[in-house]
Design a binder for this molecule. Sequence first.
Ligand code: 5RP
Length: 301
Amino acid sequence: MADLDDLREGSEYGIGIEQKTRGYHLKGCSNLDWGVKDRLSRIFNPKTGKSVMLAFDHGFIMGPTSGVERVDLSIVPLMKYADCLMCARGILRSVVPPSLNKPICLRADAGTTILTKLNDNRIIDIEDAIRMNVSAVAVMTAIGDSDMEAVSIKNLYRMADAGMKYGIPVMGVTAVGKDMARDARYFSLAARVCAENGANIVKTYYTEGFEKVTACCPVPIVIAGGKKLPELEALELAYKAIQAGAAGVDMGRNVFQSENPAAMIRAVSAVVHQNMKPKDAFDLFQTLCRPSNRGRKPKQA
Ligand code: 5RP
């Protein structure tokens, strides 16, 4: 209990100094509640407005695919270079060190695997996400898939209700079925549907005409890397996405299947946060690959 007889009269009122109303660094997010913004600010660097998310949730539908056979050996050493980690709860609880204090984007829907029919999923209980103190939850949507579209949009909608109740942002992930055109028209539709159903972040794929996809999506977009490309091409992909208005990447295979994953994530980070040109980022990648440079801090662009 404060000492009542030492109740000093306040004198520093700053009369004449207007209280600044700060804007917010992410589009479409200014009207969200404080807790949601606080969590989003852990994921997206307030100085750059961007994020390098490291995705290693692949095992929850694919099992021990290349690069994530031993998350403790291959992914944990990369975590310090990422702004946010995206994974499923089993790996989070068993392998991700809580002492790292990195924001987590939790894969929050599950149900089927590549062995049967993908995306027939249910969402996890929001209380479990709260218990793990995650900074966002991610839900897959299968837009255009006549079997799974309705169930997956319902999942996203419900998760957005639960997320807003507890201040947890929701990422809508756009799955692309084998038969769907991977073009700006499809991704514009899919991203917009996610945002309209309550997603605070949308994860989609880069395509030609991506500026249309980002323009018509009212919330930040991050891109998945997709299948493994040569390093320079993956850096070009990230660069083009950022120049076209993406707020970051949520990359998996192009990082952890790289010949040097630690160098690759640092090069991707330079593209995302410093607008480094792909050629320069590739030079950085090669420099960081040299054994004598592995622990060094890269120069600012
Ligand atoms: C699929 C996902 C993955 O996390 C996503 O595909 C990112 O990984 P990659 O860069 O390897 O494509 O959301 O459910």
